[in-house]
Design a protein around this ligand. Structure first.
Ligand SMILES: C[S@@+](CC[C@H](N)C(=O)[O-])C[C@H]1O[C@@H](n2cnc3c(N)ncnc32)[C@H](O)[C@@H]1O
Length: 435
């Protein structure tokens, strides 16, 4: 059993806090025993006074050595040994997870001394205290909060207190990193989604994502910790290279929103269309006449055309149709996964200035939400086999190659396309249609 004795002027406060929850249950299971001792009970004067004026003058009072010593000696006597004694003080070395680990694993009994007023008589420290620990570079009224923090951090590392070591080995500060962001249900809250990778069930990918988020967080928030990390492994070097690429992306003006396109958007859309054509005409996916304003007018009239806006300005567009696509019935070199309703992404592009910014990933996310909001569980898309950018985008968003299809194209144009699909999550009630 691990023992902690706390010397304090407020034993009830300390006892109440440390007998709750996980530490309370560990005490019931005899893994821990935490006891708070009233220092006043060890005074020899009627008033139970524990403090007096500081020698040399000055404000406040100092806790006297004798009541502290008598309390401490009584505890040591109970255990039949001089136990490891810690004075909580802003003059001590700053407490860390590494210190918590050392105390949990190298000791089996701690005496924690809480000061009050201006502190405690130095002679008690010199005679009885083994180390001085500070909670941080600030001054508390008394040592109780610090003692409770140290006791809590130490006790949860004592074997048997938590279900298993993984509970603390994956947490912040165990291996010099801060923890990745955590999420729980529901999947969408206040229009914010849980990162998709966390629901896809691929544990290796989840671990990778978490490591990357931890590295990013540690670098941004605690450069002092980050500087001490050993990131020489191949896997970490790969993650760092990815982060570098991602962070050099242009940052999108917020908010990024998706709404149905209107005729008044057509001029902005045409600017983006022309930019996209400079890439897609040479490879044969689009041509001079396709897509044209009329195609978008048709899409708009059917409520199938959407724009992505960045701080109110049109930054991209796409068409999402739930009508079956004639050319998809005759897929070759593969097959679709299921004969179920699907939505198809057509005619999509993002403005030149936002290429590589993640806006295209927003677009895929919006397509998914819109399909799900209509109760549709599959998303399909086709693209020219030379359109590597589109294939990269859809693959990294979880689409899988399914085969080859032929699309309508004027004489003389290549109508072969590679076809991809993605199984979406089951429809959720709280996804808004206009997200
Ligand atoms: C008001 S403080 C005394 C501060 C002291 N006069 C000084 O300047 O260092 C009273 C008690 O609170 C506790 N305390 C205050 N700040 C603390 C910290 N950062 N870490 C641990 N204990 C602290 C100590 O036990 C201390 O004796």
């Amino acid at each position: 059993m691990y023992h902690i004795d706390i010397m304090t002027l407020f034993p009830d406060t300390v006892g109440d806090v440390l007998s709750e929850s996980i530490l309370g249950r560990a005490q019931e299971r005899d893994i821990l025993r935490i006891e708070a001792h009233q220092i006043r009970d060890y005074t020899t004067n009627k008033q139970k006074q524990v403090d007096d004026y500081p020698y040399g003058g000055g404000r406040g009072a100092v806790m006297q050595a004798d009541p502290l010593y008598r309390c401490w000696a009584h505890i040591c006597e109970q255990y039949g040994k001089r136990s490891h004694t810690i004075y909580l003080t802003p003059c001590g070395k700053t407490f860390t997870q590494a210190e918590a680990k050392r105390l949990a694993w190298e000791q089996d009994h701690l005496i924690l001394v809480c000061g009050h007023y201006e502190g405690i008589d130095q002679r008690f420290i010199d005679e009885c205290v083994d180390e001085e620990i500070s909670l941080g570079d600030f001054v508390l009224t008394g040592g109780e909060i610090a003692a409770m923090a140290v006791a809590d951090a130490v006790c949860r590392l004592v074997p048997g207190v938590l279900a298993d070591a993984e509970c603390f080995e994956k947490e912040s500060h165990w291996d010099g990193l801060l923890e990745y962001p955590q999420y729980s249900r529901p999947a969408v809250w206040h229009n914010m989604e849980v990162p998709e990778i966390l629901s896809a069930g691929d544990h290796a990918k989840i671990e990778r994502w978490r490591r990357k988020q931890s590295l990013l967080r540690t670098r941004e928030r605690r450069p002092d910790l980050y500087a001490k990390l050993d990131l020489s492994s191949k896997a970490d070097q790969k993650l760092l290279a990815e982060l570098k690429r991602e962070l050099s992306r242009p940052s999108l003006p917020q908010p990024v929103e998706c709404r149905l396109a209107e005729e008044k958007d057509l001029n902005d859309m045409e600017v983006i269309l022309d930019q996209a054509k400079t890439l897609l005409c040479p490879i044969g996916q689009w041509n001079e006449n396709y897509p044209a304003r009329e195609d978008f007018l048709d899409d708009i009239s059917r409520d199938e055309c959407y724009v992505l806006t960045c701080d109110g300005k049109v930054g991209g567009f796409f068409t999402l149709s739930v009508r079956p696509e004639a050319g998809y019935a005759a897929i070759t070199d593969g097959k679709w996964s299921a004969d179920e309703p699907y939505a198809v992404i057509h005619r999509c592009a993002v403005a030149e200035q936002w290429r590589g910014s993640g806006l295209a990933d927003h677009m895929i996310g919006a397509c998914q939400r819109l399909a799900l909001a209509q109760g549709i569980g599959w998303l399909r898309v086709d693209t020219h086999k030379k359109n590597k950018a589109m294939q990269g985008l859809i693959r990294r968003n979880g689409f899988q190659y399914r085969g080859n299809v032929l699309v309508d194209a004027p004489e003389g144009y290549d109508c072969r396309r590679v076809a991809y699909e993605k199984r979406l999550r089951h429809p959720t009630a709280n996804v808004k249609k206009d997200i």
